[in-house]
Design a protein around this ligand. Structure first.
Ligand SMILES: Cc1cc2nc3c(=O)[nH]c(=O)nc-3n(C[C@H](O)[C@H](O)[C@H](O)COP(=O)(O)OP(=O)(O)OC[C@H]3O[C@@H](n4cnc5c(N)ncnc54)[C@H](O)[C@@H]3O)c2cc1C
Length: 392
């Protein structure tokens, strides 16, 4: 039995590791086009402690740069919401180191890892793939963990992930210290139309600053520096490196498999539509796909079994998150500020602080209820306007 995994991001690595843990006798081959694991970087690396402790208990601490206890959200019109959980809820990871450590665990578990190896084409009818350079390989199951651009999906009859937003992430050395227990979120359609901007501390004097936007993310990063909404003197800070990527907010594909080819991670849309964060849901997908790979009655049943189990856990959450993302994207800056100012005084902050960082569908419902109770007419009018803009 040969299982070929294409892509060594968190999805491919975690799946290979989970499968090797369940069935050491499998012939598992992991193919990665880059020469090094964890390159090029694109991610901010903010991951909930519940995911890290559940899925990566042995290695996350070594890759953790700092712990986060809350968030400070500001809008263009100066409305502010502070959420302090009072204890660590997330870690900011050195993503390159995280993938390196994960890669070592994968190799130690007996998986063959081949770097500098790009899969160029797949012929599902013959269960064969071809590498750049012409070498051909066969597979019983082929797992596509190729990230947001999903270059091989179309070749096997899978759709590509939807809701991709260009994003930029940059690291800065600050002159002025920042409170590094919090992440900072800025909502302003001039800076991040259709999404938001963030500042995630790595230490007191070092931060990752990023934004997702429907267009021109680099130009908008310069505007964010100039506006400096959190007063950390961003324009004077030393910009150390800038990298880009695609944030995925469109929810999962309708079907993650086609015959014996199964997609996971970003290439299957396994992210949180609210934030684009992918490691939480991807790690769950990887575990479920590994279980399906050893428990399905036949190879042809692996994809359907995986999809049914994943949907059972995630589908309701994703539906609520998609609705929240669509509503938020269709509101203008004034409406969002109005909504946040209503929430400010409604006791909802405690509700958010008590909620789950990854499974926040319940919190979203509570927020909607609370805001409707507090200012029914204003909220109903705002939501109605947003819904009309969404559908017409
Ligand atoms: C700006 C930004 C910030 C983000 N911040 C966060 C965050 O704070 N927290 C969080 O949880 N998520 C975050 N995300 C999302 C997160 O980075 C992704 O969800 C996650 O990396 C998905 O993992 P993956 O393994 O599916 O894909 P990737 O990490 O993209 O890995 C895919 C791998 O497949 C390889 N590959 C592709 N095609 C081939 C081929 N044909 N042959 C061989 N190899 C191939 C690629 O080289 C790559 O190594 C962020 C994303 C962006 C863009």
């Amino acid at each position: 039995m040969t299982i070929v995994v294409t892509g060594s991001g968190p999805a491919g690595l975690t799946y290979a590791l989970r499968l090797a843990e369940l069935q050491a006798s499998s012939d598992i081959i992991l193919l990665e086009e880059h020469r090094q694991l964890g390159y090029p970087p694109h991610c901010t690396g903010l991951v909930s402690l519940s995911t890290l402790q559940r899925e990566y208990p042995k290695l996350w601490k070594e890759a953790s740069l700092t712990l986060i206890e809350g968030a400070n959200i500001r809008t263009r019109h100066g409305v502010e919401l502070s959420i302090d959980v009072g204890k660590p809820i997330a870690a900011v990871l050195d993503r390159r180191l995280f993938e390196e450590l994960l890669g070592k665990a994968v190799e130690a578990s007996g998986v063959t890892v081949k770097l500098d190896t790009q899969v160029k084409s797949v012929d599902p009818s013959r269960r064969r793939g071809a590498l750049k350079g012409g070498e051909v390989f066969g597979y019983d199951i082929l797992v596509l963990a190729t990230g947001a651009t999903a270059p091989l999906n179309a070749l096997v009859g899978l759709e590509r992930p939807k809701g991709l937003l260009p994003a930029v992430n940059a690291e800065y050395q600050l002159e002025r210290a920042v409170e590094h227990r919090y992440v900072y979120v800025y909502i302003d359609s001039r800076v991040a139309p259709g999404f938001f901007a963030w500042i995630v501390p790595l230490s007191e004097y070092r931060v990752r600053v990023g934004l997702g936007a429907t267009s021109k993310p680099i130009e908008r990063l310069k505007l964010l520096e100039k506006l400096d909404p959190f007063g950390i003197n961003l324009a004077q800070a030393r910009r150390l490196q800038v990298y880009g990527g695609l944030i995925l907010t469109g929810g999962p594909l309708k079907k993650y498999y086609s015959g014996r080819v199964v997609a996971i991670g970003d290439s299957a849309g396994h992210t949180k539509p609210t934030t684009g964060g992918g490691i939480a849901f991807t790690s769950i997908a990887a575990r479920l796909l590994a279980q399906a790979s050893v428990r399905a009655d036949s190879w042809d049943d692996v994809g359907p079994l995986f999809q049914a189990r994943y949907n059972k856990i995630i589908q309701r959450e994703v539906k609520l998150m998609l609705l929240a993302r669509r509503l938020a994207s269709s509101m203008n800056d004034v409406q969002i500020s109005k909504l946040l100012s209503i929430l400010q005084g409604s006791g909802v902050v405690d509700e958010i602080a008590r909620g789950h960082m990854d499974f926040h569908g319940g919190v979203l419902v509570a927020l909607a209820k609370k805001s409707l109770e507090t200012k029914p007419v204003t909220i109903a009018a705002t939501l109605l306007q947003a819904l009309l803009r969404l559908f017409f």
